[in-house]
Design a protein around this ligand. Sequence first.
Ligand code: IPE
Ligand code: IPE
Ligand code: MG
Length: 236
Amino acid sequence: MEEKNIPKHIAIIMDGNGRWAKERGKMRIFGHVNGYKRIYPIVKHCKDIGVKYVSLYAFSSENWSRPGLEVRGIMQILKNAIKQQIKKMGEEDLRFVVSGRVDELESTYKNLIDYATETTKNNKTITLNLCFNYGGRNEIIDATKKICEKVKCGEINIEDIDSALFSKNLYHPDIPDPELMIRTAGEMRISNYLLWEIAYSELYVTDIYWPDFTPEELDKAIESYSKRERRFGGLK
Ligand code: IPE
Ligand code: IPE
Ligand code: MG
């Protein structure tokens, strides 16, 4: 694959853990555990082919409406994952960041996230943006509040507000918009993911469930992306 066809930023909606488990006659949490195992190979592959940013949708602001047992199970996986992977993040020169309302999480999770973020902040080769307790609408609301505060204290004028300024007030202003957005498990919807950032992203949906998603499947998505003609509203 030619260098120029590799997206700088890939965003993934990691969906289908529950169905994957159900097909095997197992509890949903079994799907989440196996879904978690796919993260390292995919991120590693992204790094190897030169992707600079990977955003992964791991828990949405709407996922709280699931049964308590499942929510607690996902929280447990998050905790173990960060603890287990922190050393590897260093070895891979990976910067770890989280998008979402981290302040709403219990302090154990918040502290772990802060620790991993702080420990990896100078790593440069790839950024993993884990979207946890994330909602696209919440991100837009949170940016709007920041901007209103800046107007209130006279730091900016209302006339200064444009899309560039808005983007600068999102959770991670240094991360460029994703060129490619992948959703596993077949649903043709966005489910409140990166609403602002995906304005011109290329979409790729595969029927493969997330626990079955491999680097080869990722290559297929990139291959499809590389053949697209991106027009951004203009003409060829
Ligand atoms: C995605 O898998 C993971 C989360 C939303 C946390 P699902 O749990 O949504 O799996 P399906 O869609 O029910 O198969
Ligand atoms: C989106 O998947 C959220 C994550 C993958 C974390 P969902 O399974 O929650 O989305 P819906 O409910 O099918 O739209
Ligand atoms: Mg789902």
